[in-house]
Design a protein around this ligand. Structure first.
Ligand code: TYM
Length: 336
């Protein structure tokens, strides 16, 4: 990034390569990433180090990392505009992670709901990385002085911790880090499970009908929406507290068609859930079709994907390496 373009506000976000992205990942995060590219200096990252907090099969992790990058390109991340890279390719993130670990408190890390959830889910592997996960995430963000971080609702607590750690560091040393803000859209920040709409849609769900993968074909998408859990009153009305299943489907349909919530309610007024669910499935399948086409094309060209990631790592490192030197100096590490 040139001196001049550096004055544009900076965006950073990341996604873990723990399997194919879900519709939740797409709506809550990735869809917005592409839209923000014109307006901001964007850095987007495949968070492979974060994935290691849960036991990974090495070959699968390598494959998933490249596939994640290909999917981000297919979803509209333009390497001519944005920096796309893999977290572990920029070592300054882990260097800053240590400094931030020494500035993050045990108490605040203990309060993270994701830590509590994941510890409960993997009681045999409550490792140190899982605990300090938010400090690495803070490093990802703060090393680029990101102003905005487009994420789904489940990451906002981590973002708050990043702000607190940044503030604490700035107070202890001198102003160093920009305090990042979340970019969380109103509808779609929390897409719910199709099988249990009181829980968020997650690719680690053991019930495959709970989520839509971005690679699901039209028949699978149609079938999963047909089975989506709703309620028994048969009215298509947006009311997340009392009608979480139907409201989730309305939000998805609204996002894929661009129709307002009221328009959606009117469109299906007096019609049963069957017709509505069919329409939601069709809208999602239509919306994902071009991304799936691009994904297949891009993934077939491994050299292209790897080339983008190499250039991305070099560009990100140029910024991150400067920052880590500055931080090392401020905290008093001897530099020769
Ligand atoms: P991850 O990989 O779990 O999810 C990637 C993005 O998808 C969003 N998301 C959702 N949004 C709406 N509804 C859902 N059901 C849903 N499920 C997931 C997440 O909020 C996220 O924005 N720690 C991060 C990755 C990360 C990161 C970062 C993000 C690492 N470093 C720095 C931002 C900045 C994570 O595990 O996301």
């Amino acid at each position: 990034m040139s001196e001049q373009s550096e004055r544009k506000r900076v965006i950073l976000s990341g996604i873990q390569p723990t399997g194919t992205f879900t519709l939740g990942n797409y709506i809550g995060a990735v869809r917005n990433w592409a839209k923000l590219q014109d307006q901001f200096n964007c850095l987007y990252m495949v968070a492979d180090l974060h994935a290691l907090t849960v036991r990974q099969d090495p070959a699968a992790l390598r494959r998933n990392t490249r596939e994640a990058a290909a999917m981000l390109l297919a979803a509209g991340i333009d390497p001519a505009q944005s920096i796309l890279f893999v977290q572990s390719h920029v070592p300054a993130h882990t260097q800053l992670n240590w400094i931030l670990c020494c500035n993050a408190q045990f108490g605040e890390l203990s309060r993270m709901t994701q830590f509590k959830d994941k510890s409960a889910k993997h009681p045999d592997n409550v490792n140190g990385g899982l605990f300090t996960y938010p400090a690495l995430m803070a490093a990802d963000i703060l090393i680029y002085n990101a102003d905005l971080v487009p994420v789904g609702q489940d990451q906002t607590q981590h973002l708050e911790l990043a702000r607190n750690v940044a503030q604490r560091f700035n107070n202890a040393y001198s102003p160093t880090f920009t305090l990042p803000e979340g970019y969380v859209t109103k509808e779609g920040a929390k897409i719910m499970s199709l099988a249990d709409p009181t829980h968020k849609m997650s690719k680690s769900d053991t019930n495959v009908n709970a989520f839509i993968l971005l690679t699901d074909d039209r028949d699978t998408i149609t079938r999963k929406f047909k089975r989506a859990v709703t309620d028994s009153d048969g009215v298509v009305r947006y009311d997340p507290a009392n009608k979480p299943g139907v409201s989730n489907l309305i939000a998805i349909y609204h996002i894929f068609t661009g129709k307002s919530i009221e328009e959606v309610e009117r469109e299906f007024d007096g019609q049963g859930y069957g017709v509505f669910k069919e329409a939601v499935g069709a809208a999602v399948a239509d919306g994902l079709a071009p991304i799936q086409g691009e994904y297949a094309r891009i993934l077939a060209d491994k050299a292209y994907v790897d080339g983008v990631l190499k250039e991305g790592a070099a560009a990100a490192s140029r910024i991150a390496d400067r920052m880590i030197q500055k931080v090392y100096r401020k905290v008093g590490l001897l530099q020769l």
